[in-house]
Ligand binder design. Structure first.
Ligand code: NAP
Length: 292
């Protein structure tokens, strides 16, 4: 029996744990991977106060070390299902936990393009994370799909490794001016607008990407950055109020289910940033402290 189970060790979940622990409430965090969440996929973070420039991996490590120092338990397991039966029952692959409160902090997973071959080529030419996989394409030509901040951030990272980076945008760029200007300054980034990917050519690995204007890109890597969505199938048995696939909460991060909170990128809100995730985590913990 636990007071509070936090699902997900990104910045939102880790900060909720920090605040709970300091309030004398013993949390556990369940994380299926290493702590850090989306930060781990970020090369450089330059908008988190206190760090002029820091890699996502380093910031994630600093946060998890701080928690470890406080004695917060981060358990490596995957949550399969959350049920409610007087208490919350959090069923994982290895263990089951019972708690009064649950904080959902599982972030988002990449959207797929839905192309034939996309799934089987993942890891063999298709990737959703340049920082994780970019080094495999050193000196080669690659494509990035998408026109938002994420796509241009991926393209800029890849431009320092790869011979040529095509950015394939279905309409127009919507990334910030800062990123667009950085992209313009890179000679090996070519932005192709008003085009979609039509087909992937491959045998066991990706060899070409065919666009709907008939052009063929001779790339061995394709990085898809067309947005991210929460993956919340483990909450199917809970009658949660959602909006556009995100959990609806009030200002205290409380969902419509008493005792169930949502923080960070799983929550329906306007701004998805590390700093807003961290803030959500603190708010949820303070709200729980008020209730206990
Ligand atoms: P986003 O801003 O929603 O951009 C998604 C991009 O993918 C758009 O260009 C969109 O095209 C395109 N797209 C969506 N579905 C597509 C499809 N089926 N086929 C082809 N293209 C498709 O998402 P994001 O770039 O992941 O950014 C999400 C949030 O994170 C934003 O708030 C962003 O500012 C933030 N972020 C910030 C940074 C940074 O500051 N360095 C880095 C990464 C992310 P349309 O425009 O035509 O819809």
């Amino acid at each position: 029996m636990r007071k509070c189970v936090i699902i997900g060790a990104g910045p939102a979940g880790m900060n909720a744990a920090l605040y709970l622990k300091r309030a004398g409430i013993e949390p556990i965090i369940i994380e299926k991977d290493v702590p850090g969440g989306e930060m781990l996929k970020t090369d450089k973070i330059e908008n988190y106060l206190g760090f002029e420039s820091i890699s996502g991996g380093e910031l994630a490590l600093k946060m998890s070390i701080q928690l470890k120092g406080l004695g917060v338990n981060i358990i490596r397991d995957k949550v399969i299902k959350v049920r409610y039966d007087d208490k919350f029952i959090v069923e994982c692959e290895k263990e089951q936990y019972v708690s009064d409160y649950v904080i959902v902090a599982t972030g988002r997973t990449p959207r797929k393009l839905g192309l034939r071959g996309e799934e089987e080529l993942t890891g063999k030419g298709i990737s959703y994370c340049a920082v994780c996989d970019g080094a495999f394409y050193r000196g080669r030509e690659v494509a990035v799909i998408g026109g938002g901040d994420a796509a241009l951030t991926e393209a800029l990272y890849l431009a320092d490794l790869c011979s040529k980076v095509y950015v394939v945008v279905r309409h127009n760029l919507r990334a910030s001016d800062v990123l667009q200007n950085r992209v313009k300054a890179k000679e090996n980034i070519i932005v192709l607008k008003n085009v979609n990917v039509n087909e992937l050519k491959y045998d066991d690995k990706l060899s070409n990407v065919i666009l709907d204007d008939g052009k063929t890109l001779p790339v061995s890597g394709m990085f898809i950055a067309i947005g991210r969505m929460p993956e919340l199938s483990f909450l199917n048995e809970i009658d949660l109020e959602m909006k556009n696939g995100y959990i609806l909460t009030n200002d205290k991060m409380q969902s419509n289910i008493k005792g169930l909170y949502a923080v960070g990128d799983v929550r329906y809100k306007d701004y998805y940033q590390i700093v807003t995730a961290v803030s959500d985590g603190a708010v949820a913990a303070l709200a729980i402290r008020e209730e206990v």
